[in-house]
Design a protein around this ligand. Structure first.
Ligand code: FE2
Ligand code: FE2
Length: 151
């Protein structure tokens, strides 16, 4: 059974780089739910690596577009990475059930909530910024500044 369904209907944000990472994350979560324990461990490590890259890509977008809620959003990413590292340590010791409970019981709700709030806010900001850049036109940045002061 898929843990996160209806990705196309509910969770697409309209920023291709973000949507690609989110689709891959959802795919990993769903595959883990049906994996054997051995495959689950492998997929969990893959998910942690993917999440590092996914969050880093969003943080680059935040910096490049001067996103206002960068500190808050980045802190939430860090909280989740710390949580994932904790479960990774327990997986090293053979505690597969603990990690399975986390993946099945906590990550899906966290992801949907995060995508629909913090990520959605970032996506709207990125789309507004790129629209504004398109409207500005290619030569505006280079145009000489007008001096409107009276002689
Ligand atoms: Fe995200
Ligand atoms: Fe995020």
């Amino acid at each position: 059974m898929a843990l996160i369904e209806d990705f196309e209907e509910r969770l697409l944000l309209g920023v291709p780089a973000m949507d690609r990472n989110h689709r891959e994350f959802v795919d990993l979560i769903n595959r883990m739910s049906e994996a054997t324990d051995a495959a689950f461990v492998y997929l969990f490590y893959e998910m942690v690596q993917h999440t590092h890259a996914h969050f880093a890509a969003e943080e680059v977008l935040m910096r490049e577009t001067a996103f206002q809620a960068t500190a808050e959003h980045t802190a939430e990413h860090q909280r989740v990475l710390t949580e994932m590292e904790w479960f990774t340590k327990h997986l090293h010791r053979g505690h597969v059930t603990l990690a399975r409970d986390y993946v099945a019981g906590e990550l899906p709700d966290w992801f949907v909530q995060h995508a629909l709030t913090m990520d959605s806010e970032l996506a709207s900001h990125v789309k507004r910024r790129s629209q504004a850049d398109e409207n500005r036109g290619p030569f505006d940045e280079c145009a000489p500044k007008r001096d409107n002061s009276e002689p």
